[in-house]
Design a protein around this ligand. Structure first.
Ligand code: AMP
Ligand code: MN
Ligand code: MN
Length: 323
C-alpha cells in the first residue's frame, strides 16, 4: 500500500525535493543520491537535493553529489509537490529544510531509526534495516525499479558506512543479500572501501589520536568518553571536515568498553553527543536527552556546555543502571 502511494506520488509530482540529515553521513547522502538516480532512471524526472550542513570530502565520489545544494541556496517560500526525507530520524534533524517539508503538498519519510515517529504523510520506516539504503533497496525491488551502476554505488556506500563494513550487529542476512545483488551491478567494493575509510587527512588522524589520548575512563573502564573542544579543532586546522567521524567507534573498540561517547562543543555553545554501546540500549539515554538513534548507536544535541553535557549523560546512564 505505501509502495503504491509512493509510486503514484512520484508519478504525479512535477517538482520533488530530496532531503538529508544534519552532519550528513554515508547513509543519508548515499540514500539521497540513490533516490535521485532511481527517480531519474525510472520516472524520467530530476529532483532537487538538499543538505543542511557541509558534505564531508570523503563522499565527493558519490554519483550526482555535485547536484546537491545547501539549504542556504534554496528559496524557502517554494512549495514542492513532494519532499522525501532520507535517514532523517526526527523532523528537526533536517534543520531549515523543515520549512520546505512543512510547505510541501505531500511528504515521505524513508528511514531505519526505531525512534522515528512517522512524521510524514507516507512513512517507510524499517528499524531492522541496517541502513536507510537497505530499506530503499527493498522499495526499489518491490516497485521493480531499474537499478543503474550509479544507484548501486550510492546504495552500497550507504550500507557499508552504516554497518561499519558489515561488522556492526545491525548486519543481517538480508543486508548481505542486498549488498551481493548490488555487486552484480558492476560496482567495485574495494574501491568504495578505500574512498570511505582510507581517505582521511593526516590532520584528522592526528586530531583523533589527541582526543583518544585525553579520554576519561570510568566504572572500571566500562564507560569512556572524550570532549572535543572548538579551540582544539581550530588548532588542527579542519577545513569544515568532520574530524570526529569514527572517533566514538574507536573508543568502543577498547576491550573493557561497554559505553563510549564523544561530546563535541558546537559554535552555538551547545554540545553534540555521539554515543555507542556494545550491548546496552543507549537510544533511550539519548531520547531522554532530546535525541534518538539506534540501540547501539545514538546521539543528541544538548543545550549545555560540554562539561555540563557530560554530567547529564552520566546521570542518564546511572539512572538506568546500565553499567
Ligand atoms: P552519530 O553518533 O552522530 O553518528 O549518530 C548515531 C545515530 O544516532 C545515527 O543513526 C543518528 O541518526 C542518530 N542521531 C544522532 N543524533 C541524533 C539526534 N539529535 N536525534 C535523533 N537521532 C540522532
Ligand atoms: Mn545517518
Ligand atoms: Mn542510517
Amino acid at each position: 500500500m505505501v509502495m503504491e502511494q509512493l509510486d503514484s506520488n512520484i508519478k504525479s509530482s512535477k517538482n520533488i525535493l530530496l532531503v538529508s540529515h544534519i552532519n550528513p553521513d554515508g547513509d543519508t547522502l548515499g540514500s539521497m543520491c540513490a533516490m535521485y538516480s532511481l527517480i531519474k532512471d525510472n520516472y524520467k524526472k530530476t529532483c532537487d537535493m538538499c543538505v543542511v550542513s557541509k558534505v564531508p570530502e570523503v563522499y565527493s565520489f558519490l554519483p550526482n553529489i555535485d547536484k546537491v545544494k545547501n539549504i542556504e541556496d534554496f528559496d524557502l517560500s517554494r512549495e514542492y509537490d513532494l519532499v522525501i526525507n532520507l535517514d532523517v530520524a526526527a523532523i528537526d534533524r533536517c534543520a531549515d529544510a523543515k520549512i520546505l517539508f512543512d510547505k510541501a503538498k505531500k511528504t515521505v519519510n524513508i528511514d531505519h531509526h526505531g525512534t522515528n515517529d512517522g512524521y510524514a504523510d507516507i512513512n517507510i520506516i524499517e528499524p531492522f534495516a541496517a541502513a536507510t539504503s537497505e530499506a530503499l533497496f527493498g522499495v526499489a525491488q518491490s516497485l521493480n525499479w531499474k537499478i543503474s551502476k550509479d544507484t548501486a554505488i550510492c546504495l552500497y556506500t550507504a550500507i557499508v558506512t552504516d554497518t561499519g563494513c558489515f561488522k556492526f550487529s545491525n548486519t543481517t542476512a538480508r543486508t548481505m543479500e542486498f549488498a551481493g545483488k548490488l555487486l552484480k551491478n558492476g560496482i567495485n567494493p574495494s574501491e568504495i572501501y578505500q574512498k570511505c575509510y582510507e581517505s582521511n587527512s593526516k590532520d584528522m588522524v592526528l586530531f583523533q589520536s589527541y582526543c583518544i589520548n585525553k579520554a576519561q575512563f570510568l566504572n572500571d573502564d566500562k564507560i569512556v568518553y572524550t570532549i572535543v573542544y572548538k579551540k582544539d579543532l581550530e588548532k588542527y586546522n579542519n577545513n569544515g571536515e568532520d574530524f570526529t567521524d569514527g572517533l566514538t567507534e574507536k573508543l568502543r573498540a577498547i576491550v573493557s568498553t561497554e559505553i563510549a561517547f564523544v561530546v563535541k562543543e558546537l559554535n552555538s555553545g551547545a554540545s553534540k553527543v555521539s554515543m555507542r554501546s556494545k550491548s546496552f540500549d543507549i537510544a533511550q539515554v539519548c531520547v531522554a536527552l532530546g535525541g534518538g538513534g539506534h540501540k547501539l548507536a545514538a546521539g543528541a544535541l544538548i543545550k549545555a556546555n560540554p562539561e555540563k553535557a557530560v554530567k547529564m549523560i552520566l546521570n542518564e546512564i546511572e539512572n538506568r543502571k546500565l553499567c
